[in-house]
Design a protein around this ligand. Structure first.
Ligand code: SF4
Length: 277
């Protein structure tokens, strides 16, 4: 590998990610500090005590520049701080939530993300779609479902006359898990409150989970997606419909899987066109 600035930066990010995971793991196992092995082999001679001299404080290390904030969701336009009304305003609360996600370093995924991906959409029909985590394209652009999966999702939505502006779409974790793996339990736990705040503020009338990690997280179940899909569930008073992730349909592009996905999206159509909706 060449020693280009990009490669050095990528290596540093990987090192920080591994170190953070190791540190978190040690902390979870109850390790409170690390002893220096050399302290026992070479004990330091005690210095004679010296009179205390005031030392000017070191300049603070230059903080890393904050990750660029993602675009505000349509319908939740950002306002300058001076124009804030109050945090009781749901739009202002949502803007603050997006800012908080943009700065978040609660879990090791912060060390390797390019951009956090909090979610976006017009939410015109108050349908919330929840995937598992951003992929490579999403990480690069800071926007959800912009790659091949996103294009298939657009086709699925179009099949029931919906467009992105009708829905809001987000993920269980807001930063990309390396190699597009499923989010780990610790990452889901660290990120979960953001999704709960989004649900509270967006007030969806239907949640559609895409893929197994999303439905397992929200329903706190260990069942398979094959058993779960095809029915509505209750998530804190909101109907929840589990279906396949578009990436799974692309990977297993069989007639049977497409038929099941079509059955699920018809349930969304029937739900939003039902009486009183
Ligand atoms: S995945 Fe969630 S908890 Fe982890 S750093 Fe990103 S926003 Fe924070």
């Amino acid at each position: 590998m060449s020693k280009s600035p990009e490669n050095i930066e990528a290596a540093m990010r990987e090192f920080l990610y591994d170190f953070r995971r190791y540190f978190d793991q040690q902390q979870a196992e109850g390790v409170e500090y690390f002893e220096s092995a050399s302290a026992e082999v070479h004990p330091r001679p005690r210095r004679p005590s010296l009179p205390r001299v005031a030392v000017p404080p070191k300049p603070a290390a230059c903080p890393a520049p904050p990750a660029p904030l993602p675009p505000a969701a349509p319908g939740f336009s950002a306002q300058p701080a001076a124009a804030r009304k109050s945090v009781s305003d749901p739009r202002e609360s949502y803007r603050l939530l997006l800012e908080e996600i943009g700065r978040c370093r609660r879990c090791p995924l912060a060390e390797i993300r390019k951009n956090p991906v909090p979610g976006e959409g017009g939410n015109r029909k108050r349908l919330l779609f929840v995937g598992e985590g951003p992929g490579e394209d999403e990480d690069r652009l800071g926007r959800p479902f912009v790659g091949r999966s996103g294009k298939l999702l657009d086709k699925i939505l179009a099949s029931i006359s919906l467009v992105r502006e009708d829905i809001y779409i987000t993920n269980i974790v807001k930063c990309r898990p390396p190699g597009n793996r499923d989010p780990e339990p610790g990452e889901v736990t660290a990120c979960r409150s953001y999704l709960e705040s989004q649900i509270r503020l967006l007030k969806p009338r239907l949640i559609v989970t895409l893929g197994l990690p999303a439905v397992r997280t929200l329903l706190e179940t260990t069942s398979s997606l094959g058993r779960l899909r095809g029915r509505l569930y209750d998530y804190r008073g909101i109907p929840l419909l589990p279906t396949y992730h578009p990436a799974y349909i692309l990977r297993s592009y069989t007639v049977e899987n497409r038929k099941k996905a079509w059955e699920d999206i018809k349930m969304v159509r029937d739900f939003i066109s039902g009486p009183g909706r």
